[in-house]
Ligand binder design. Sequence first.
Ligand code: FES
Length: 382
Amino acid sequence: MAKKDKMSVEEMLAAARASDGSGSGGDPPAAAAESTEPQAEAPSSATPAASGKKPSAMSVEEMLAAARAEKAGAAASDKPAAAAPKPAAAGPKKKPGQMSVEEMLAAARGEKAGAAPAQPAAKASPKPAAKPAAAKAAAKAAPAAAGGPKDTASILAAARSATKPGPISKAEAAAQGKTVPTGKTKLAVPPMPAKPSYAKASTATSAERRGFLALTLGSLGVYLSSAVGIGFGTIIATNLLWLLGLARYMFPNILTEPPTKFKVGFPDELAPGQVATKFKAQFGVWIVRDEYDGVPQIFALQSVCTHLGCTPNWLEGEQKFKCPCHGSGFYKDGINFEGPAPRPLERFAIRLADDGQLEVDKSRKYKEEIGQWSDSASYVTV
Ligand code: FES
């Protein structure tokens, strides 16, 4: 044993464990505390000797392996030969400095259990070796499980020798002894499934169906009469009104006046001195039977005041024409005698028509102040 003050930490640990295994007491903490300088002067443990290294040059793993080997080994823990198999167990050509931690641990455990030195190798190399071996075994087992070889040559040979997959020709079918269906062969058709209840024909009678149809059409007719019919009627009425307006637009706005010539009856229908007022409203004329310049005659007076154009009234009681506007007055023969009227009333042309009736022509007028009343066309003698 080296002196405690010259031992390294690892040496102190190895020595402590060796002493624990042998039952002898010790003072490792003290020794560890005392020895701080790495010295290989006294290689009491087998590790430095086995590896050929100085304790200061060994790794922790090497030191642990050496310690365990000494612990599980024989009493000759100081012999360098005891540590020698451990590195050889991990690999005869490996030095302890080249071994991995697992190898070192495996070697230590193997020695501890007294097993063969080959165990570390078995533990160190199972993983990489097991996978390729299993893969090769599976690759070999797969063709057998599939029923034949799977290499290219075997597959081609099997394809050429076996029956051609897919449809075959008639000649091939005949060669294989199979029956070839002809075009006249009737295929067996499976029976149709039974109809569900909702697909069966309705059991309603024809009368019920007609009633339903009539009800439907009636509803449709009511709908058309109420909505569509009203709509179409409105459209038609609008178009008619538009056409009527267009037709009225095509004609000019003209005043429809009464005819200028009209018949007022027979001369005998008028009594002497009578004034007929029934044509005033429609034609604006009085028919008078009276005397003018001592000549009995029938003439037509215009019912327009000569002052400003108002319509005078015949006053039977006063036997005169009276203008309501400014009070002008005219005698029965039409001569003005009161009021602002400047001149007598005017006459229309009158004559006896072919049928003997009196015919008035409003297109021609005769004025007394210029002597036109003496014209025979302005009166009819009776
Ligand atoms: Fe007849 Fe003036 S209009 S009197």
